[in-house]
Design a protein around this ligand. Structure first.
Ligand code: IPE
Length: 265
């Protein structure tokens, strides 16, 4: 039987308070763990972002520029440690809700080349899925064959995992409803676009809200850009607002949900 998992990303802006350094949004994490449990999805790969745990430290040590100075090396350790702390809240909440979550640390199984995933050990993830486990990965500091190290975003991981495991869909749980015709904050007539093809997205200039808080991996635009290779592989991506209760549940369950579907077309 072919495993076609769903790949779900929980954005750092949802599971942390992006304005307070290293502060988890434990209520959101618990609520989302419950939504994941309630959806009873059989095959799931979960990826989460860094929010106020990963981004501020990575920025402080300029890690996304790669290795230029020995004083950055401790920053690699600190960034990874911060991510393991955030990850432990996520794993803990999932297990308390009887989701068979298990951490897969990207710093130990991924090597990038100039910031792009070059090698990734995927066999354990494959076996985990077959065993009924839910692999949980996250944006992380990783070793880079050209630049010494790099910051690997959760979104690049999502795209790569979705392609490798031929995912049935990608769900991106961010802190906005999806892609709009204009900025909803300044333009009252702005409408949410519920469906868009990759071609339409490339051709038209939609309003893509980005987070104003510290983000070393490119904001919302960078996130959507990372998804393009997977969408081009015929894997639909659904953007939903994970800050709003039940949106992630509805997306996982295949129910109608407020959000934006991006398809190859
Ligand atoms: C960032 O991952 C990871 C680090 C900064 C270590 P993401 O780019 O996926 O995180 P969010 O979702 O934007 O917070």
């Amino acid at each position: 039987m072919k495993i076609k998992p769903i790949v779900l990303k929980l954005g750092g802006s949802v599971i942390t308070d992006k304005n307070k350094v290293a502060t988890a949004n434990k209520d959101a994490i618990k609520r989302l763990a419950n939504e994941i449990a309630q959806s009873k999805v059989t095959y799931l790969i979960l990826v989460h972002g860094g929010g106020s745990f990963g981004h501020p430290i990575a920025k402080k040590y300029n890690l996304s520029e790669g290795y230029t100075n020995p004083s950055q090396v401790i920053g690699f350790s600190e960034t990874h440690l911060a991510m393991t702390k955030l990850n432990s809240f996520v794993i803990d909440a999932l297990i308390k809700h009887n989701v068979n979550a298990v951490v897969v640390q990207p710093s130990s199984c991924v090597v990038t080349k100039a910031g792009r995933i070059k090698r990734m050990e995927l066999k354990p993830i494959n076996r985990m899925l077959k065993m009924g486990l839910v692999p949980v990965l996250y944006g992380d500091a990783v070793l880079d064959s050209e630049n010494g190290f790099s910051i690997l975003s959760g979104d690049q991981l999502v795209s790569s995992l979705a392609i490798h495991f031929d995912a049935s869909k990608i769900i991106i749980g961010g802190d906005v409803d999806g892609i709009c015709t204009a900025d909803p904050k300044s333009s009252p007539s702005a409408n949410l676009i519920s469906y868009v093809t990759l071609e339409e997205l490339k051709a038209k200039k939609y309003e893509i809200e980005g987070s104003k808080a510290t983000d070393v991996t490119g904001g919302m635009l960078g996130k959507i850009h990372e998804l393009i290779p997977a969408i081009a592989h015929n894997i639909p991506a659904l953007l939903v607002n994970a800050s709003k209760p039940w949106r992630v549940y509805e997306a996982l369950s295949g129910e109608e949900v407020i959000g934006t579907i991006i398809e190859c077309g």
